[in-house]
Design a protein around this ligand. Structure first.
Ligand code: FE2
Length: 327
């Protein structure tokens, strides 16, 4: 709204005056009024006031008035430009890769439009960055899953292992009533748990017969290698914990940290149960596959020592009663 219009409206509000009018007001107080007062003081006052003491008092009053006008004009101008300064500071902050914050609008003028446009651009930028980062994370995840499948494909004994394990953990997640995100994380962990085997020599992975103690120590490194592959991505931090601990045993005899009982993350305890079951019922280089019943018998034997007994019973219930065992 123009100053002239605002001045003649019923309620004159500084908030509604346009930027140009605000600048004009500031100019009036900072330059025009002080200049007129100075001219009066220099040229007119000595002519009309003959008494020296009165002229001195008069001069003092005018100077105070000039200072008040100048100060008022300066403070007013500062307030006018506070929004602009806010935009500049926040734009600079964002330009260094930081997350931008919304600019609070002080007055209803052109700078309000600018601030609102800035807020819209900022919000749009944040959404784009979020979409882009999700897309990158998804691509990274898909690539790692592909890598895990390549590792699986190299081992003739573990064909289909990842899919079966993923399907089993989903059954348990549903039975436990886990949230969707936790279920997704668990299934992701099932697909990626042996990813670290990519760092183990083929000669050891494909060896026929029992591994030597030295070779077994090398294979054991795969859980930490897998964790190190996943760790760099913030969104995979939970997955990396699951991958690190998928060979911990309930009695503390597992690796890499020898965690015991409920020290082992629940997701890792679930994965260990289904991973071991699937290994039992499939052919290995050192033995033939066990039958479903034999596999169940072994799981019960491991319950309480290698495996979480409650999870073992829950899993057996799921694959026995519902006929969900997968071969
Ligand atoms: Fe493993």
């Amino acid at each position: 709204m123009k100053i002239s219009k605002a001045l003649f409206s019923k309620k004159v509000s500084l908030e509604d005056i346009g930027l140009q009018s605000k600048n004009a007001l500031a100019f009036l107080f900072m330059f025009v009024i002080p200049t007129l007062l100075a001219c009066y003081l220099i040229f007119l006052a000595p002519l009309v006031i003959s008494d020296k003491n009165m002229l001195l008092r008069h001069t003092r009053t005018i100077i105070i008035l000039m200072s008040v006008c100048g100060l008022f004009g300066y403070l007013f101008l500062r307030k006018v430009f506070s929004t602009l300064i806010g935009i500049i500071k926040k734009a600079e902050y964002i330009s260094f890769g930081n997350k931008g914050e919304k600019i609070e609008v002080v007055w209803n003028d052109e700078l309000k439009d600018l601030a609102q446009s800035f807020n819209r651009i900022n919000a749009g930028l944040e959404t784009k960055v979020l979409e882009l980062s999700r897309s990158i994370e998804k691509t990274y995840y898909d690539t790692l899953v592909m890598l895990a499948r390549i590792v699986e494909a190299k081992d003739t004994y573990s064909a289909g292992h990842l899919e079966r394990v993923s399907s089993y953990v989903q059954m348990i997640a549903k039975k436990l009533g886990l949230e969707e995100e936790a279920e997704r994380m668990l299934m992701g962990g099932a697909l990626l748990h042996d990813l670290g085997k990519v760092g183990i020599e083929d000669a050891i992975l494909k060896k026929k017969g029992q591994l030597t103690p030295q070779e077994y120590e090398i294979v054991k490194q795969h859980s930490v290698i897998g964790e190190n592959i996943l760790k760099p991505l913030h969104s995979m931090s939970k997955l990396s914990i699951l991958v690190r601990h998928h060979h911990e045993f309930y009695d503390g005899t597992g690796y890499p940290d020898g965690l015991k009982g409920e020290e082992i993350p629940l997701a890792a305890r679930i994965l260990t149960v289904v991973d071991i079951y699937d290994a039992l019922i499939t052919d290995r280089s050192y033995r033939k596959a066990l039958s479903h019943d034999e596999g169940i018998k072994m799981l019960r034997k491991y319950a309480g020592n290698k495996l979480d007994p409650k999870l073992v019973e829950m899993f057996i219930g799921l694959i026995t009663n519902n006929g969900n065992a997968k071969r």
